[in-house]
Design a protein. Structure first.
Lengths: 234, 234
DNA sequence: ATACTTAGTTGTTATAGTCAACTAAGTATG
DNA sequence: CATACTTAGTTGACTATAACAACTAAGTAT
């Protein structure tokens, strides 16, 4: 272990090239529960076990990491413009029995109205699972999933990211319920509404209300000019 | 571009293996300025330009990503237990003229008393640069550095991470000054001291004061049981 | 018509941040 | 040696924000 070999200026020929993948933690809200998209593996290792959707990055096609993540997301779900961000990298010799691998994990939120799974050869092997009752996962995917959950909970505290988990039109009680679901605690109604109003990222849909067997509630949508700011601190 | 080739179950033989490196954004505080550790490149590409310290990960030695980051940090600086965390991954075809590469960027904070550079063959090519007056960097390292700066500023808002930039014993005015330096704005003295006291992560060093030509100030240190919590929200 | 349920508002209290002044404890200076 | 000066550290008033609780509003169900 010489210092020279640690340098970035090692000759490319000497450099070992590991496998590099992108794995996705895709959350949605179904049946009032936070759910995650999983795939059942058809081949070893971990054949038959559930795993996060993922795939190899394609250096040969000039694909960026973000591009690979978007491609994989699009190949599993029918989603137009979801929220996606890089989560964290994982790389060591033990995460895959075949040897050293590295993955860039991504974190995505899907609106519940858009969670139709992409039809295809393997569509039947893709399914939503409630996070609470998820199966044991292949590789180190449980660690990655828990990292994604922490990120989600952390960001919910000070952003309006959870709006991405709802359909395009939603009520403020809907949104508050999502927050409470993710944080696992009750929130104060007036403080919540004030915070949302102050953030200025939502707007009421004029004249549109949701009717149930009680007082109707105003429908809101994300302001069209606000999409880039949903992940910002509010 | 078939769907099968996007799957994680592609045969390993078909999978292109990119170069994977780890790059470090190492901050310290010298002469009252936030500074970053840079290396001058001795070989093309970008020969003679400054770059972030980095190196290849070593799959053949069972090295994890965190292990590689720690190794590179240790090879450039003489630091015992600094703060280090993964920053973000960067990967595309344009960041290195030699072709597609991916890097896992790490973010480290070094106490100013420990910033002696590791002596060695290339020690003269390693230097601290004030962030404000840094040179143009090779590759996409300016983007990585700016990402690190954002992370630092973001975390300073709600953690006591900056304590890692100071020697083991420091005064509260010292620490407040570091916050002000990083955030580029003045903070209220009483609110700052109350916040630090409430966090409960610092303790006064009994009987030890710093003496200058004015009222002496109490020296504090990080509580030995608090190190894992310095990055936590306070 | 009345009860019921959830939407949405209002007001009150507790808490935390902001601003500004004050006291404290040393060194520097005549 | 007395006084001025400088920065450390505290205190209190004021203000913005969050937490708690009650209230009104507007529909459906019986």
């Amino acid at each position: 272990m010489t210092k020279a070999s640690a340098s970035q200026d090692i000759s490319p020929a000497q450099c070992p090239r590991p496998f590099v993948t992108v794995d996705l933690v895709i959350f949605t809200l179904r049946e009032g529960q936070l759910q995650v998209l999983l795939m059942q593996r058809a081949v070893p290792p971990f054949e038959g076990m559930w795993a996060l959707p993922g795939g190899y990055v394609r250096p040969d096609e000039d694909e960026s990491l973000d591009g690979a993540a978007a491609r994989i997301l699009g190949s599993k779900t029918a989603v137009a413009t979801p929220y996606i961000e890089q989560l964290q990298g994982f790389g060591n010799a033990r995460r895959d029995p075949r040897g050293w691998t590295a993955t860039f994990a991504y974190f995505a939120l899907i609106a519940s109205e858009q969670l139709a799974l992409q039809s295809g050869a393997n569509a039947e092997d893709v399914a939503w699972h409630p996070v609470e009752t998820r199966p044991v996962l292949a590789f180190d995917h449980d660690l990655i999933l828990r990292t994604g959950l922490e990120r989600l909970r952390g960001k919910v505290e000070y952003t309006i990211l959870p709006a991405h988990l709802l359909p395009a039109k939603f009520t403020l009680p809907d949104l508050q319920s999502v927050y409470e679901q993710i944080l696992d605690r009750r929130l104060d109604k007036s403080a919540f509404r004030k915070k949302m109003a102050d953030a200025g990222l939502l707007e009421p849909v004029p004249g549109e209300m949701r009717h149930a067997s009680n007082r109707p509630s105003q429908l809101y949508r994300i302001r069209s000019d606000a999409t880039p700011f949903l992940g910002r601190t509010i």
